[in-house]
Design a protein around this ligand. Sequence first.
Ligand code: GUN
Ligand code: ZN
Length: 430
Amino acid sequence: MRQAFRASILHCLADPGEASISSAVEFFDDGLLVVEDGKVLDAGDATTLLAHSHDLAVTEYPGKIIVPGFVDCHVHFPQLDIIASYGEQLLDWLNRYAYPAEMRFADKTHAEEVAAVFLDELLKNGTTTALVFGTVHAHSADAILAAAQARGMRLIAGKVMMDINCPTELRDDPVSAYTDSRALIERWHGTDRLGYAITPRFALTSSEEQLAAAGRLAGEYPDVWIHTHLAENKAEVEQIARQFPGSRSYLDVYDRFELLRARSVFAHSLHLDEEDRQCMSAKGGAVAFCPTSNLFLGSGLFDLRAMRAAGVRCGLGTDVGGGTSLSMLRTAGEAYKVLHLQDQAMPATRALYLATLGAAQVLYLDDKIGNFAAGKEADFVVLDPAGSTLSERRCSVAASAEESLFALTMLADDRHIAATYVAGEVYVSK
Ligand code: GUN
Ligand code: ZN
């Protein structure tokens, strides 16, 4: 079954911050995206493509912009209900808000209810793929992966491993963390569009035995993801140095336990030195830049220039509930401000890259998603510049689609997502 979608089309072929803009970004003012069996067949100028193909069912989106589905490189579904909780930095925020919320996930029904609402919120915001933290409970991973399967989404998730320095109700142990994660890998990894991530919360809440078990499991499943937090908060970094006096740095702790490799994704990574960045790059690890969280929790400013100069893969993450929005557009807007404070430029096309192709590269999924290259999975978003009266006024005087996209990174919310398509199927439409 062949379908086509007509609107402006914008997607990235490379990082516009590094390649020349003409080779990094492709734009069709009157574009056509042709989809067959859930995959991209072609993307190009509508008049040209329509002249060569007949019998195409064309869905028209006049005045709108089609971009690839957004990829959220780091988010916690169990923290949906504590988004925007007042007043603390990381370690106090975990104790006061995150851990109590996660304790409620001992109830499987609660986990299933939140998973469904969470994924519907992602899709409403144009996010079609995410790397997701569960809770310590194995059924939290079942809940989110089953909900993603029901929606046809490409999604990666894992049960959290944590056995020290946290409430006793949320502790597993090295053996159960290993066996539960292994069973989840066997059940879910590679099923439909789903993947599994071995998920030690952070080095602070795992014993050395547990980190070793996580590393052993990673060795047994080389194409499984590894997902954790790194160097987010100064007090956290100091505590890590006390807990692991034999390690050169926070990253070195993960490296020593064989948790740094291709498909390892480290949220935040704010307080690193050049040796860490070089090591991350050489070993194929990747980083989730979570600006709304870093500002909200008072954690620090992400140094994108240094990270990319070292060759580290970078993508955007919302980090809800430490982050304050599930919208990748809003997240891109905050990334712009974080970089602006450090004299680093972030044109809208680069923001789009970090939310799509760059994020797909973080997840080593850029052969499947991230842009409209022929053969990729047809996950895409129809952006509506007129989603609010204010954005409509602003975008009506924009000289280019890039200018409208930039305005949307500052002004947009889920009203600006006219439709989200998952493998060619419309999910949210209004
Ligand atoms: N570090 C360890 N756990 C968490 C968490 O839940 N959120 C954030 N932002 N950082 C963490
Ligand atoms: Zn997080």
